[in-house]
Design a protein around this ligand. Structure first.
Ligand code: SF4
Ligand code: SF4
Ligand code: SF4
Length: 247
């Protein structure tokens, strides 16, 4: 029965989106070169190409209202362009690739593509071990006391904390003094070893290695305990574009 409801909802949104699309296109939206450069914000799952996203998003906030992890924010005036459009600040709160991707289901405008129906359909970007030198695993440094303060503070700061958020805090507790594998362990895709795993490093420690199953959700960036996260997500970049040019 649950599947049936989801299918009906997708169909409803698909057809109602046509009306909204007409309104947006008819509205004569203008794009500045600055806007089209795409400041490269991490957009919610299913986001269409940035130019189309900016045209289609009606800034209704439906996606963020259904997100059980409070991952989605609406851009403020200080973000320069796309005021009111949804984005994810992975350093504060990544996406956790929920079953049936409710943010996409909730989007009435087509800005989030409804063919994105499960975790593996999400392609937000790609994780990169940007700062290898600060990675605790690489330097063989145990996870320090208070490593999960940001996670706990964020959870304490949301008004309507959900069971999923509490489970996340619980799941990511107990790492203090251990080898850091936080980024690999938090990865929410159903088969995380296709996205990230810890491999032995030539320096004697280990390091996270990222694979093409990474969906760029940013959960690893959020949990990384170093002051500036050692692992970060590059929005809208594919594995091939990033890693195959790094040789
Ligand atoms: S997939 Fe889930 S956690 Fe990620 S943005 Fe959508 S609703 Fe939020
Ligand atoms: S490696 Fe990081 S960004 Fe990629 S899917 Fe896993 S948690 Fe998300
Ligand atoms: S979370 Fe991952 S990238 Fe960050 S310090 Fe630990 S092993 Fe390194």
């Amino acid at each position: 029965m649950a599947n049936k409801v989801q299918t009906d909802r997708r169909d409803f949104i698909k057809y109602s989106s046509l009306g909204v699309l007409g309104l947006v296109l008819g509205g004569g939206m203008v794009f500045t070169p600055y806007a089209l450069q795409a400041e490269n914000r991490l957009r919610p799952p299913g986001a269409v190409a940035e130019k189309d996203f900016l045209a289609l998003c009606i800034k209704c906030g439906q996606c963020l209202q259904v997100c059980p992890y409070h991952s989605i924010k609406l851009a403020d005036i200080d973000k320069g362009y796309g005021v009111g459009t949804p984005y994810i600040d992975a350093h504060e709160r990544g996406c956790f690739a929920c079953n049936a991707v409710p943010c996409v289901l909730a989007c009435p405008s087509g800005a989030l593509d409804h063919s994105c129906e499960k975790a593996e359909d999400i392609h937000m970007g790609i994780a990169v071990l940007e700062f290898k030198d600060t990675c605790l695993a690489v330097s063989n440094t145990p996870v320090p006391h208070g490593y999960d303060k940001r996670l706990k503070d964020f959870t304490a700061s949301v008004r309507n904390v959900t069971e999923l958020e509490l489970q996340l805090v619980e799941r990511m507790s107990g790492y203090e003094g251990k080898e850091c594998t936080l980024c690999a362990d938090v990865c929410p895709i159903p088969n995380p070893i296709t996205a990230i795993s810890m491999v032995r490093d030539s320096g004697g420690g280990s390091r996270p290695e990222i694979y093409d199953g990474c969906i760029g959700c940013g959960a690893c960036e959020e949990i990384c305990p170093t002051k500036t996260p050692s692992i970060v997500v590059k929005p809208r970049v594919t594995y091939e574009q990033y890693y195959e040019n790094q040789v």
